[in-house]
Design a protein around this ligand. Structure first.
Ligand code: CO
Length: 158
């Protein structure tokens, strides 16, 4: 395993769409291991491959010692809405409120190419959405909500 350099905001690669993973091979395993090590060192709870400069639809998320590997993830069901604070290893020093679904069901492959279904909620659902956004070139700063109204339905601007 090895620490990789984290790409920071301003680098155009963060705005590109990542490509589907096609080969579940040793190269993918090394990538995922390195992403996990890099994320742990930065005390992150999630990291997408693009954040280490690799445009593949792969992310790792760790919450309360449960590790999720999301490869080619697809959101199947989302429900509810929660506004809460978010940050990103690629946007150091910035946090802000973003609305995310309260619960989420995602289908994704693991490193062995096994398709799994994950139903997650609250902070884990937030992390899933954040990382899946990275795969489409979206940063949390694109979705910031003004003010600090938390845990309620957000009024849409007219
Ligand atoms: Co991020």
């Amino acid at each position: 395993m090895a620490i990789r350099e984290i790409v920071k905001v301003g680098d155009g690669i963060l705005r590109q769409r990542s490509r589907e993973v096609e080969a579940f091979d040793g190269r993918l395993e090394s990538l995922l291991d390195d992403m996990l090590e890099t994320m742990d060192r930065e005390n992150g709870i999630g990291i997408a491959a693009v954040q280490v400069g690799i445009l593949k639809r792969a992310a790792v998320i760790k919450n309360k010692d449960v590790l999720y590997e999301l490869i080619n993830p697809v959101i199947i069901i989302e429900d509810g809405a929660v506004v809460d604070g978010e940050g990103c290893l690629s946007v150091p020093g910035q946090r802000g409120d973003v609305e995310r679904p309260k619960t989420l069901t995602v289908r994704a492959f693991d490193r062995n190419g096994v398709l799994k279904e994950h139903t997650v909620r609250d902070y884990t659902a937030r992390a899933f959405c954040h990382e899946i956004d990275h795969m489409d070139g979206i940063l949390f700063t694109d979705k910031l909500i003004e003010g600090r109204k938390k845990r309620g339905k957000v009024k849409k601007a007219r």
